[in-house]
Design a binder for this molecule. Structure first.
Ligand code: NAD
Length: 389
């Protein structure tokens, strides 16, 4: 019994995931940072098997995951040799690295059209037989379609401005599931709206598959959500929230491009109104790129509120957080849950799962809630569906 995983975007998050899984299998790593590690799920962490990896960066395509990992984290972590068996394949680019200092080429450039690129992926996946496809590529501008025919038309017309790479991968995974009759779980931890796109959810329902998303909730956002819940439960009135994030990894570099930062701002800001019930003035966004900080970002937060008798309180939080391992730990659960959901006949998307793991949980229009509440709701849901034994 294996959970066969394909990674889309062999960056730092994907690399921590691949390295961490292999180290857990070798018995040299405790699964700290994996939220459900202490529960017995249908699939064990050791059942996760990496079967494929995709990127569009010319520096990575054609290299093994071992080589990519050695370069990215080799000076701080032991990189298991088992990762030599997976070679990074060429994916669909659709401009997702545009404006960044990387040389990129997509299958659509090689094969002449997006449709041909999608078909090529489907053929590869028929051989790799993934249960789970994880999107951990660079944050890109993306808009939902909501109507299946509009998505199909954009592919047919080779509309490279309208289609995001995330949508192309999501459509490829759907076609793979439909053609083979194998269910697939698409896990989208980047801000592109996929679990919030009615068209994608509908297609996945039809193909007895599931999409989980959008945008993995790690770092400061879940902590802010829990602090806001604390204040809301005590009926304290929040005047303002400031939350800064400064990091030195390529994800932060990508977010220096305004249209990409906007994608993050949207997914991070939805917590305020959903949890407090009113839209307290706030500034919550990735704020800057500072290379020496590397992957260990600096987060600062200030919340100011009115308490009983009209007096005012404030809190200030400062943290340094390893950005990518935080998300990689969540992926370990999402892979196992994703596969089991489809085996339990749960298709489309699953709000209870998204509400805990994602910053902007699908389906469209779903509310954000504090992570503490979402955690207990998730445990109940997983027990009810038999995913936690
Ligand atoms: P990264 O820059 O290290 O890696 C991204 C990788 O995706 C790169 O190798 C890049 O070449 C590749 N890529 C870009 N476009 C692609 C495409 N079209 N097809 C295939 N590969 C493509 O970034 P990261 O730190 O690994 O983060 C990955 C994603 O996870 C980001 O979008 C980020 O917003 C999201 N995310 C990260 C965190 C976190 O680190 N804690 C939290 C939430 C969301």
């Amino acid at each position: 019994m294996a959970v066969r995983v394909i990674l889309v975007g062999q960056g730092l998050v994907a690399t921590h995931f691949a390295v961490g899984i292999e180290r857990i299998k070798r018995g040299e790593l405790e699964p700290y940072g994996v939220p459900l590690a202490k529960y017995q799920l249908v699939y064990d962490i050791k059942d996760i098997e990496l079967v494929g990896s995709y990127d569009v960066d010319e520096e990575k395509v054609g290299k093994t995951v071992y080589e990519v990992a050695k370069k990215a984290v080799g000076d701080i972590l032991p990189v298991p040799e088992t990762l030599k068996s997976i070679t990074v394949r060429r994916g669909i680019h659709l401009g997702s690295l545009r404006g960044l200092p990387f040389k990129a080429k997509g299958l659509e450039d090689e094969l002449g059209s997006v449709r041909a690129a999608i078909e090529a992926l489907v053929e590869e996946w028929k051989k790799l037989q993934p249960d789970v496809v994880m999107i951990v590529a660079t944050t890109e501008p993306a808009k939902p379609f909501h109507k299946v025919e509009d998505l199909v038309k954009a592919v047919e017309r080779d509309d490279r401005d309208r289609l995001s790479a995330s949508h192309a991968y999501a459509y490829a995974a759907y076609l793979y599931a439909k053609d083979t009759g194998r269910s697939v779980a698409l896990v989208n931890v980047i801000p592109s709206p996929l679990a919030r796109d009615d068209a994608i959810v509908k297609l996945y329902e039809e193909a007895k598959s599931i999409v989980l998303g959008d945008d993995g909730a790690t770092g400061a956002t879940p902590l802010t959500a829990d602090l806001l819940e604390h204040l809301a439960e005590r009926n304290r009135y929040v005047h303002s929230i400031a939350q800064f994030n400064i990091g030195g990894n390529t994800d932060f570099l990508a977010l220096t491009i305004p249209e990409r930062n906007k994608m993050k701002e949207e997914t991070k800001s939805s917590i305020v109104k959903d949890i407090l019930g009113y839209d307290a003035p706030h500034f919550i966004k990735p704020t800057g790129y500072l290379e020496p900080l590397g992957d260990k970002k600096f987060v600062s937060m200030h919340i100011w509120w009115k308490t009983f008798n009209g007096l005012e309180d404030e809190l200030v939080v400062n943290m340094r957080i390893n950005d990518s391992p935080a998300l990689a730990g969540l992926l370990v659960d999402l892979a196992r849950i994703g596969k089991t959901l489809t085996e339990r006949g749960i298709y489309g998307t699953a709000y209870e799962v998204n509400a805990f793991y994602m910053k902007d949980p699908g389906p469209r229009g779903s509310k954000n809630m504090s992570r503490i509440r979402a955690y207990y709701a998730l445990i109940d849901y997983l027990k009810k569906t038999g995913i936690i034994r």
